[in-house]
Design a protein around this ligand. Structure first.
Ligand SMILES: NC(=O)c1ccc[n+]([C@@H]2O[C@H](COP(=O)([O-])OP(=O)(O)OC[C@H]3O[C@@H](n4cnc5c(N)ncnc54)[C@H](O)[C@@H]3O)[C@@H](O)[C@H]2O)c1
Length: 327
């Protein structure tokens, strides 16, 4: 019998959509999640079929046992979200770096492929050459700020994969996702789309941090996990890095807010606040972020891009029904 795919962080946002796809395609899997940000409500079938283990990736003995009996590890578990990373900086090191080091080691020992979720934040937007470096220059775009710890932990994670490949022949794929959106994403860790939608529904206001001119690409998570699964199944993908996004189209944060106001049937005010009032003096928001999907397109079948407002309507309906249940 083929061994299950171990999905760490599978009760979270992206993980639960991957689990949905696995259920639909009859792929054998096992979810490990400590539910710090995820929920069993996201993966009811996994729970009903005993495919869910409520534990932590820092439980190394258990992790080793689970990896020994897996065919592949998709490692999503991580301390993520601006607010979480600011609140628990050392947890970021423990979970994002130390646990990954152990997972990569056990995968190497057992010859199990590892799919590691990094982030698009590892890219530096500063492409200009500077002749001299001053101490006041930012060594990373997010500045001398706790959030940089998240970015560095992910960069370190990529280097850990590369290290174990070099020394123990680890078979890995590194995924760099660009702003995924869809249902089940939590607003409390600071994710922009659910935060905007929740405050629009509850308070009739949307709070933009910064001037709203900063741009992002917003990708449909349901499509993205299908692309991810094709990458995982493609032998040529191993030892490689992939941007994961379903569109190259950029949207400004102000445009996003405007679209949401147009989709909710009540008056909503858009307000702006200087970003440093929210995240502190040294926080630097990235102004422009967009992926090249040229490489990804060489590894997966063509896909149909979903319109952002179609995805937003789905999230608004989901948030609306969940908020009314809480009330
Ligand atoms: N969502 C995005 O747009 C995006 C962008 C870039 C990178 N990523 C990366 O993708 C991955 C998944 O992100 P997401 O948006 O689904 O986040 P998420 O917070 O919804 O999911 C992470 C899951 O990991 C679990 N978890 C956290 N710490 C754990 C621990 N110590 N042990 C076991 N489980 C633990 C949480 O409970 C949660 O269910 C993360 O590694 C993240 O850095 C996501």
């Amino acid at each position: 019998m083929k061994k299950p795919i171990l999905v760490t962080g599978g009760a979270g946002f992206i993980g639960s959509h991957l689990v949905d796809l696995f259920d639909k395609d009859n792929v054998d899997y096992l979810v490990l999640d400590n539910l710090s940000a995820g929920s069993v409500k996201n993966i009811p079938i996994a729970v009903a079929q005993n495919r869910f283990v409520n534990s932590d990736v820092k439980n190394y003995q258990l992790i080793q046992e689970l990896i020994n009996s897996a065919s592949c590890v998709v490692h999503l578990a991580c301390n993520v979200g601006v607010r979480n990373v600011i609140a628990y900086p050392l947890e970021t090191i423990e979970t994002n770096i130390n646990s990954l080091k152990q997972i990569a080691y056990y995968c190497s020992l057992n010859n199990i492929p590892l799919v590691f979720f990094s982030t698009s934040l590892v890219y530096s937007p500063d492409k200009e050459r500077k002749a001299q470096f001053a101490e006041s220059d930012q060594t990373h775009t997010l500045g001398f700020h706790p959030v940089s710890m998240y970015v560095y932990s992910k960069k370190m994670g990529e280097l850990i994969c590369e290290y174990f490949h070099r020394t123990m022949n680890l078979s890995y794929i590194i995924i760099r996702p660009f702003n995924m959106i869809g249902i089940r994403q939590r607003s409390d860790s600071g994710m922009v789309v659910p935060s905007f939608i929740r405050s629009a529904i509850l308070e009739g206001e949307i709070h933009i941090f910064g001037d709203g001119k900063q741009t992002r690409t917003f990708s449909d998570v349901k499509t993205a996990v299908k692309l991810l699964w094709q990458i995982i199944q493609n032998e040529r993908s191993y030892g490689q890095i992939f941007n994961l996004a379903t569109t190259e189209k950029v949207t400004s944060i102000f445009e996003l807010a405007k679209s949401i106001t147009g989709l909710i049937d009540k008056p909503i005010k858009i307000k702006t606040k200087p970003i440093n009032e929210v995240y502190g003096n040294n926080y630097i928001d990235i102004q422009y972020r967009s992926p090249s999907l040229k490489k990804l397109r060489n590894y997966v079948r063509e896909w149909k891009e979903r319109d952002i407002s179609e995805i937003l309507v789905e999230i608004i309906e989901y948030e609306g029904s969940h908020l009314s249940k809480i009330d």
